[in-house]
Write a protein that binds this ligand. Structure first.
Ligand code: ADP
Ligand code: ASP
Ligand code: MG
Length: 481
């Protein structure tokens, strides 16, 4: 069972989380993975930015908030004398964080390795509190720092698991505990290299931690507890009539996550594929609701089932100035540079006639991306063989996802028509070869409208869909496809 930030966001929420874990433990062994309390990771990262900038007042204010939040939860959860003993551990962990942040303030620098070590304190604090509360309720439990069980490569801030050593370490540490009825509460989000350097798995990475550990421990199921009823046909914050999907495939969930559905970390499903471990996405605020079951495959594939979107993206365009230049080679060199810089290309679209191409990246990776491409194509840019790189920040991306979309003729046409009907211009289109997803780049200000339009057009919501192809346009759109 993995509990997200809001599901352990207060003493009250931790009590509920502990109750859910304890109830299941009465039936079968349970391993718990926790996020930091909600907003704590942002607070920790913000503190480190203050430290780098030499802003002592900002640091102190954040540290006071960090202390207050965990002290309050601890006092509400635990009776004396246990509370004082645990508060001491809370203060030790916060002192560890303070020590690293102090170093950053001294150096005016935030080395990625130290960031990973420091930010894991959020999860270490929540694991400590939840585990201590379980013990106070008569459920034997032990808090575990994932440094001791989850082995990763050394890509700080965005590490990938090394499954074999993780399997060995996790089983050695965790199986003896569950065999004696102890509930391990493991920190999500973090891990360590084989030689013990702390790492993290990227923002929202606790889902990924849980799936890595589920695979390593040969779990029979993985339950991801969050603050919505499951995986929905759209982000309920954007589309009020979004509905919960009772079942989705690994591939659908992964595509939705990859295209911005925050409900799951994009890499969550990967470790589970081989062992076909089913996943439940469930609401810890309404545990009686069934939630969404994520399974390897479904018997009958429906069409477009859900729409995801991303707002903070930028489109980068490259145009070879001369037709003699081999555009594919320019593209290959640009992509090679992006891969080396570890920039994730979300969408790639090219025209073979003009040899130009554009790619979509997250805004936080934009500078890195542009610098990488500029240096890879420095000569071509300097001599004007390639036009100056164009950047468009005023864009957003949405993606319609569903197994069996390829079987639905005319669907892409309907999606594009629905978007233009709400007066939103389409800038670029990409359809992956899996044909599970159609992704569209639109003007930023039209993104929400476009998401709503696609959701309604495809009949994804709880309201009946608008009539399709009014005025007999069906054939025209079909032919376009
Ligand atoms: P947790 O802290 O439990 O990991 P997150 O905030 O990371 O929770 O993810 C849950 C949030 O994801 C929801 O509150 C919801 O607003 C958002 N979300 C975006 N797209 C979807 C979707 N398709 N289905 C469900 N939730 C979604
Ligand atoms: N606490 C981490 C974050 O906020 C990991 C997670 O919540 O999944 O990114
Ligand atoms: Mg999350």
């Amino acid at each position: 069972m993995k509990f997200g930030g809001t599901s352990v966001g207060s003493a009250e929420r931790m009590r509920v989380a502990a109750g859910l874990a304890a109830a299941e433990r009465a039936r079968r062994p349970v391993v718990v993975v926790v996020s930091a309390m909600s907003k704590i990771t942002d607070l920790l990262l913000g503190t480190m930015r203050h430290a780098e900038a030499g802003d002592r007042a900002g640091m102190d204010a954040n540290l006071a908030a960090l202390r207050a939040r965990h002290e309050e939860a601890c006092r509400e959860l635990l009776p004396e004398p246990r509370c004082s003993a645990v508060l001491e551990r809370v203060h030790e962990l916060i002192a560890e964080f303070e020590r690293i942040v102090g170093g950053m303030a001294m150096l005016n620098e935030r080395p990625p390795r130290s960031v990973d070590e420091a930010v894991a304190v959020g999860e270490r604090l929540s694991a400590l509190l939840l585990s201590e509360y379980l013990v106070s309720q008569g459920v034997p439990s032990a808090a575990i720092n994932a440094w001791d069980v989850l082995v990763t490569d050394a890509v700080f801030g965005n590490a990938s698991p090394l499954m074999e050593p993780t399997r060995t370490k996790a089983r050695a540490r965790v199986l003896p505990l569950i065999e004696t009825g102890v509930v391990p509460v493991i920190t999500g989000f973090n891990g360590a290299t084989a030689d013990g350097r702390p790492t993290t798995l990227g923002r929202g990475g606790s889902d990924f931690s849980a799936s890595i550990l589920a695979a390593a421990l040969d779990a029979s199921e993985l339950w991801i507890w969050t603050d919505v009823d499951g995986i929905m046909s759209a982000d309920p914050r954007l589309v009020p009539d979004a509905q919960v999907l009772d079942e989705v495939t690994y591939a659908e969930a992964a595509e939705l996550a990859y295209h911005g559905a925050k409900v799951l970390h994009p890499k969550t499903l990967a470790p589970l594929v081989e062992r076909k471990i089913p996943v439940w996405s469930k609401n810890s605020f309404a545990p009686e609701k069934p939630g969404t079951r994520i399974v390897p495959s479904v018997r009958e594939a429906a069409g477009a089932r859900a729409v995801a979107s991303m707002a903070n993206v930028a489109l980068v365009s490259l145009d070879p100035a001369s037709p003699e230049l081999n555009g594919v080679l320019v593209m290959a060199r640009a992509l090679d540079a992006l891969a080396r810089a570890d920039v994730e290309v979300l969408i790639l679209s090219s025209s073979s006639y003009r040899q130009n191409f554009c790619f979509l990246v997250r805004q936080e990776e934009l500078d890195l991306a542009v610098r990488a491409v500029e240096s890879a194509l420095a000569l071509e840019l300097a001599h004007g063989y390639v036009d100056p790189i164009r950047i468009d920040r005023n864009v957003g991306m949405l993606a319609a996802v569903g197994e069996g979309m390829q079987g639905k003729r005319g669907l892409a046409g309907r999606i594009f028509t629905a978007i233009s009907r709400v007066q939103v211009n389409i800038i670029a289109i990409a359809q992956g070869s899996s044909e599970l997803t159609i992704a569209v780049v639109v003007r930023r200000e039209g993104l929400e409208k476009a998401v709503g339009a696609v959701h309604a057009e495809c009949g994804m919501g709880s309201r009946p869909p608008a009539p399709v192809f009014p005025g007999g346009k069906a054939h025209a759109t079909k032919r376009e496809m």
